[in-house]
Design a protein around this ligand. Structure first.
Ligand code: F6P
Length: 321
């Protein structure tokens, strides 16, 4: 193998740059040429390839976003789009790929591998942490810390005004962010796509808490069954007697300088992805389980469901009393 490509795809995540840097530097260390593919699969179809040298990735380990840009490609969902992408990769002499992204990225990677036998290693990069085969995804730790810091500020104003806040965090299909943020910000209730919120019970709990707490915070994952913070608030209204406000944290959770934990994970997995390609591995996602680098078939990473530790729910409800 002489030349490999690296790309980021889907929603950006803090730490993607640190991962690109690790791929480029380890590739060059091993005598490879590195091609950066801009705008993910869309750029693969459009032939947006750039040469990357060791210095091309200087001063990016601390930067959020992705220097390679990213996109969600509709064209790549078609057989024709994928054939065009494979043709472009071959004519650019790319012999292997490192794909940094989430479930959508890995669905695309699986198809590229099945249809065009393109050697490919996936690296989990998404704030959602919803990939099977890794304890954490790149960007998750930063997103949780960003949301927690924002909620600490909301707590100040909630307490000053004796208010109830519904705070929506990201997570269309998974509640990992919501649960970790809920516990670390001391929230009163956490609603996620994985759980059912009984509205009558929640009203009762809020009425009970109003007796001894002057303010409260409910964390709502965007993919929660009622449809997010706005809809959940609409169902409860002021039933508990609280004056309430709604705050949607949104894309603020996707930006910012990655935490040390995300930079380390990204560096480790980026290096491991290149090593894996050089060893002849393909169709795998490199992740970290119990502190060790591990490999999981790409397809399992997005078809198997990673579950939230049940003990965290218990913890959240004990601590919210
Ligand atoms: O997958 C990451 C994520 O941030 C989800 O949590 C969120 O639902 C989605 O991306 C938002 O995507 P977009 O930036 O395309 O609106």
């Amino acid at each position: 193998m002489k030349r490999i490509g690296v790309f980021t795809s889907g929603g950006d995540a803090p730490g993607m740059n640190a991962c690109v840097r690790a791929v480029v530097r380890n590739g060059i260390y091993n005598g490879l040429e590195i091609i950066g593919i801009q705008y993910g699969y869309e750029g693969m179809i459009e032939g947006r390839f750039v040469d990357l040298q060791a210095r091309s990735v200087s001063n990016i380990i601390q930067r959020g976003g992705t220097i390679l840009r990213t996109a969600r490609s509709e064209q790549f969902r078609t057989v024709e789009g994928r054939a065009e992408a494979a043709k472009n990769l071959k004519s650019a002499g790319v012999e292997g790929l490192v794909a940094i992204g989430g479930d959508g990225t890995f669905q695309g990677a699986t198809k590229l591998l099945d249809e065009h036998a393109f050697p490919i290693i996936g690296v989990p990069g998404t704030i959602d942490n919803d990939l099977y085969g890794t304890d954490y995804t790149i960007g998750y730790d930063t997103a949780v810390n960003t949301a927690m810091e924002a909620i600490d500020k909301i707590r100040d104003t909630a307490a000053s005004h004796d208010r109830l806040f519904y705070v929506e965090v990201m997570g269309r299909d998974a509640g990992f962010i919501a649960v970790d943020v809920g516990i670390s910000s001391g929230s009163e209730h956490i609603a996620t796509p994985e759980t059912h919120t009984n509205i009558a019970d929640l009203k009762d709990a809020l009425i009970a808490s109003k007796g001894h707490k002057s303010s409260a915070i409910i964390i709502v994952a965007e993919g929660e069954e009622s449809g997010g913070a706005l809809s959940l608030a609409e169902k409860i209204k002021d039933a508990a007697g609280y004056d309430y406000r709604i705050c949607v944290l949104g894309h603020i959770q996707r930006g910012g300088s990655p935490t040390a934990r995300d930079r380390l994970l990204a560096s480790r997995l980026g290096v491991a992805a290149v090593d894996a390609l050089l060893e002849g591995q393909s169709g795998m996602m490199v992740g970290e389980i119990h502190g060790k680098v591990s490999f999981t078939p790409l397809k399992e990473a997005w078809t198997q469901r990673k579950t939230i530790d049940k003990d965290l729910w218990r913890l959240a409800s004990i601590l919210a009393t």
